[in-house]
Design a protein around this ligand. Structure first.
Ligand SMILES: O=c1ccn([C@@H]2O[C@H](COP(=O)(O)OP(=O)(O)O[C@H]3O[C@H](CO)[C@@H](O)[C@H](O)[C@H]3O)[C@@H](O)[C@H]2O)c(=O)[nH]1
Ligand SMILES: [Mn+2]
Length: 734
């Protein structure tokens, strides 16, 4: 203690040198206004060619312009944070708060137990007093295989944790550590490494064998307790609560091989019954909040998905620097770390990294009230997550949290707690409404974070140099499109929900943050304007009707300027965030594909849901892939493979543009002359040409590829018919 008592535990810096950027934004906005003016003042008269096409473009451009404003507002003022962990330990090492870590898994096939336990081991091994850590696994798959793996992990932890501490290894997911080619080791460490690696591989092969067999051998039943809980189990969707305190923090015998205490480890599969809605991950998290409140009741909760291991053993301490800061800590409800991915290839074919979001946009949101809660890699205060409203007097009262007394045996205790995870526990209660994670939305995380911020709290975005968490991003096109459908659908539901960032949040959070939330929540409606823009101008091109100003007109300038400036700025941002040029090009393709498929379906489903015709689900993202799929992924070849209506739309659009482009090119070369097309319709022609260029991988997948990742021939047939129908129909009927 002493003189540094009042030094802050974290620091916030505003980004410098934004002048150029701001000038650019203002100039682009002027350009957009000029485009609007031109559109409104030049609408073709009744009976003139192109009237409806023109009016539609006016609508699309109005939307794009306004939406662009939403996306720019928070970019104005990004902030960057840094923490002082040494001050934290000087001042608080003795009274560090307890931390509960919640890991969610939902299906032993999609989310292999070996992956799950690597995540578990990585968080058990945090650089933090183990008696203060408790790790909970929620298994919505209710799988004895996952349970078996967790049991195995608890034994392996006795060797792994001391190894990590002794050699300060990073990362602390064993699989990731053994795969990383880190610095050369000293003799002692390499000797121990060989031993621990062998232990790990033996465990891994036991678990994988069991997984392959699909059942637990008799021998394991006798070795580990708890399997009897599966005796009454009938299916993933129909079983009683299964709860096991695998490592009990109070048990003085529960130590690692060097005699040090281990973190508490708990397995929970909440009760599932087909007649009750289980509310997906939100339901799982709330069951964990309740159960953990009786076991460890830590004031801080970390939530990680099972596909995202801790890559930085200091993250708990980083997060605490925000919560425990004497001056500003009491305002902070949650600390969100970026979602980074370890399986993304160099040019990020599917733009899965969401680079610009995590390196720029979230810093911007942090500058005006705090980032969204994105479901994983996020530290919460328990009482705020459970509904506490903001008050200036609030102080994090972790030091007063008393140990829970427990008289009964572990077995009796577990029995007592099971009721907290029953499938009817939260019916007609405030759970899912005011308490815990909110129900009824496929992006439970974003809506929960928003509701917390609307209660007056702030959040913090912390993006450390060494990534805090590394996860698995979907690695096929259908997977990523389905994931984005879930996200955009959930986000749009938020927009129309009682927590809408547009009206409910008004006056409760910063206006810029309101705009930022709205930009995310309005992903889905973008589909309409994008669809229009990517089809109609091309079809009009086919008919020779211009919809944009001629080159010689002064109105040409704002169009050319806005398009160029916006894209150059986008490219610069992308590169600045660590991407490559090809990566940017790929992200442009994904921009188009997501908008014309995922967002379109999300939009339609949201409307159906609002009208009461549909229920939204939660399709769990794939975490593993066949070998040849993975090989193509490594080579950055687009993976289509399956037949989905999304692909019919994508390839129809691509073919319409191809037909229009080729047709106009032929006409220009043979008939009218290139100069005429150039003079009257250059923008339209360039637009169509870029659409063709960006779709090159799709044409390949339609016509040239032979591998399993190509577009199925049924899709090819359907889309050829549809595209011809559209082109011929438009030329004849217009
Ligand atoms: O009924 C369910 C469904 C899912 N999960 C878990 O939820 C997590 C996220 O599921 P995943 O399929 O990996 O979806 P992602 O799109 O990768 O997840 C992002 O988006 C979700 C909201 O749509 C958030 O919940 C996640 O935290 C966020 O990482 C996983 O750990 C699942 O095990 C459950 O526990 N129960
Ligand atoms: Mn995931």
């Amino acid at each position: 203690m002493g003189s540094d008592e009042f030094l802050p535990l974290f620091e916030t810096r505003r980004a410098k040198g934004r002048v150029l950027y701001r000038l650019l934004v203002v100039s682009v906005f002027v350009g957009i206004c000029l485009i609007w003016i031109h559109r409104v003042s030049h609408i073709p008269r009744k009976g003139e060619d192109g009237r409806w096409g023109w009016i539609g473009l006016l609508g699309a451009e109005l939307w794009f312009g306004l939406y662009w404003l939403l996306t720019q507002a928070h970019r104005w003022n990004p902030v960057y944070r840094c923490t002082f962990k040494d001050r934290l330990s000087q001042r608080h090492e003795k009274d560090l708060p307890k931390v509960d870590i919640f890991v969610c898994t939902a299906d032993p096939v999609i989310e292999p137990p070996v992956m799950v336990i690597n995540t578990i081991l990585s968080v058990m091994a945090y650089d933090y007093p183990p008696e203060k850590l408790s790790v909970y696994l929620s298994d919505d798959g209710g799988s004895d295989l996952t349970y078996y793996a967790l049991r195995e992990a608890s034994h392996f932890a006795k060797h792994w944790l001391p190894f990590c501490k002794k050699f300060k290894v990073e990362p602390r997911s064993p699989a990731a550590y053994f795969n990383s080619s880190d610095d050369p080791l000293d003799a002692n460490q390499s000797k121990e490494l060989v031993l621990i690696k062998k232990l790990y591989e033996e465990m891994e092969s036991r678990i994988e064998n069991e997984t392959k067999l699909g059942r637990i051998p008799e021998e394991a039943h006798s070795k580990h307790t708890g399997f009897s809980q599966w005796d009454s189990y009938s299916s993933q969707r129909d079983h009683a609560t299964i709860l096991q305190i695998i490592i009990d923090g109070r048990d003085t015998n529960a130590t690692d091989k060097d005699g040090f205490v281990l973190p508490t480890l708990v397995y929970l599969a909440r009760e599932k019954r087909p007649q009750h809605h289980h509310n997906f991950k939100a339901g799982a998290m709330n069951a964990l909040i309740r159960v953990s409140s009786e076991i460890s009741n830590a004031p801080i909760i970390l939530n990680v998905d099972c596909d995202m291991y801790s890559n930085n053993s200091y993250s708990v301490r980083d997060a605490l620097c925000f919560f425990m800061d004497e001056e500003k800590g009491h305002e902070v409800a949650f600390v969100q770390f970026p979602q980074n991915f370890k399986n993304v290839t160099r040019n990020d074919l599917y733009d899965a990294f969401l680079r610009v979001s995590s390196e720029l946009e979230f810093h911007g949101l942090d500058g005006c009230g705090g980032p969204l809660y994105t479901g994983t890699g996020c530290f919460h205060r328990r009482d705020i997550l459970c509904g506490r409203k903001f008050s200036k007097e609030y102080k994090g009262d972790w030091r007063s949290v008393k140990d829970i007394k427990r008289e009964e045996s572990v077995l009796e205790f577990e029995e007592k707690l099971k009721g907290l995870a029953s499938s009817t526990y939260d019916k007609n209660t405030q759970w899912g409404k005011e308490m815990g994670l909110l129900y009824g939305c496929p992006v439970e995380d974003v809506i929960t974070g928003l509701s917390i911020q609307c209660r007056g709290w702030k959040s913090v975005y912390f993006n450390p140099l060494r990534n805090a968490f590394l996860g698995v991003a979907p690695n096929t096109l259908p997977d990523i499109l389905v994931q984005h459908k879930r996200w955009s659908e959930g986000d749009l539901q938020i927009f129309f929900s009682r927590y809408s960032p547009a009206w409910y949040a008004y006056g409760k959070i910063n206006l810029v943050l309101q705009m930022g939330y709205s930009a995310y929540c309005l992903w889905a409606p973008n589909s309409l304007a994008t669809l229009y823009y990517s089809v109609i101008p091309s079809l009009y091109l086919l008919r020779g009707i211009p919809l944009f100003p001629q080159n010689s007109s002064p109105w040409f300038i704002p169009f050319a300027y806005v398009i160029t400036a916006k894209h150059i700025c986008g490219l610069a941002e992308f590169l600045w965030c660590g991407g490559t040029i090809l990566g940017w090009w790929n992200s442009q393709r994904m921009w188009l594909y997501k908008r014309t498929s995922s967002y379109l379906f999300a939009f339609m489903d949201t409307i159906l849901k609002l009208l009461g015709f549909a229920e939204s689900g939660f399709v769990i993202s794939a975490k593993i892939a066949d070998q040849d799929v993975s090989q193509r992924y490594e080579k950055e070849i687009m993976e289509f493979g399956t037949s989905t209506p999304m692909f019919t739309i994508l390839s129809t659009l691509a073919l319409i543009n191809l037909v229009c482009f080729v047709e106009v090119l032929i006409e220009a070369l043979m008939g009218k002359g290139i100069m005429r097309v150039y003079e009257t319709m250059s923008l339209q022609f360039v637009l169509c040409g870029i659409l063709v260029l960006i779709n090159l991988p799709l044409y390949q997948a339609l016509f040239l590829r032979k591998d399993k990742g190509k577009l199925p021939s049924s899709i090819a047939a359907k889309s050829i018919v549809l595209a011809l129908f559209a082109c011929v129909g438009f030329t004849l009927l217009y």
